[in-house]
Design a protein around this ligand. Sequence first.
Ligand code: KG4
Ligand code: ZN
Length: 393
Amino acid sequence: MKLLSIETSCDETAFACFEWTSGNEFMILSEQLNSQIDVHKEYGGVYPALAKREHTKNVYPLFIATLVEAQLLKERAEKISIPAELIGQIESILERDHENLERLKKFYETYEIPAVDAIAVTYGPGLEIALWTGFNFARALAVLLDAELVPTNHMEGHIYASLIENIQENQFRLVDPGYPYLSLLISGGHTELIVAEAEHEYTKIGQTLDDAVGEAYDKSARLLGIPYPGGPEISKLAEKYSESTEPLNLKIELPRPMIHSGDYNFSFSGLKTAVRKITEQHTDHSPEFKQALSFELEEAIAEVLIKKSKSAIDGYGPQSFVIGGGVSANSRLRKEFTDLCENQGLNLMLPDRKYTGDNAVMIGIAGYRRLINKKHDPTIDRVVGRLSLENPS
Ligand code: KG4
Ligand code: ZN
């Protein structure tokens, strides 16, 4: 069974194509990713209207590149006209995206229809204006290719990204995490502790009350003059500090927000405010100062995340601990989670670094599992910016 997946929830336009050989084994026939980081850099964050413009420009070329790599693109022996009935359907879906409407009409006339059985696409959570582009493109493709539409939750994708096991060259398998499992999702928009009682059945036990962890990294980085997204750079600076033989003789102390709150919620906006104060007090932003501040920021974030994760593990007795989202690329956090789970004798699932950030492979996996478990809703016709994991589909 061949499945195509599409992700446009934020600043990455991504496509993937799979051949599923069983319920949990697959090959990746193609994966394509176009990152807009350079476009958004000067704005210090993702600029929604620009994200939409870039997604609109990139979806079709990436779709074609995906088919080429998956060896699914073949020109028709003779051009045909697209049937009026199909035109009517895709015109109403793509009424606000003429560029891709025209491209898809030409596609139908020029190429043989690829044998794709299903199309998984992110319909939330994320920036609605960005989500719409990929979602409508997917809906129109589902009509043209006569494929099943599988609207997919981006955060569920981040969870599945951690379950990928590479068994041999281009042969992958999904690991069974056991139930219940605990998941910590840490990204640019989310910080959530989730308990999964069964596949696709989630209860959110805690979340951030304000900024997400990724935002704490990115906003602090910005105060230090580091361009978006600052998380990876802060992490490098912190590493330099721990390796330095002569650490800066300067005491920097940041709060550990909500560490003693007794629940599973988080708050990170206070950290950013504390970082702002310190950067204003110390006008000399020397490399040593930046390193010391980055180190303390990571200490504060790691302590809070570990403390809350540990209480959730004690409270729920999960079979495994699944970490997901862009911030899970962080080396310091990966080490802390590894140590925590070793001490607790708990199975830890961390995503391969390749799949920590947004990508379409994770969407294809979450979508496929929903499809075969009949837990998807092909009639969904709108994106949901604040979609929750507790939603049934
Ligand atoms: O999951 P993701 O790619 O996009 C969202 O769905 O939000 O996460 C992006 C976030 C950004 O805030 C970025 O700074 C952060 O992940 N990030 C990191 C690291 N790599 C990416 N944060 C800390 N350390 C890293 N190594
Ligand atoms: Zn994400």
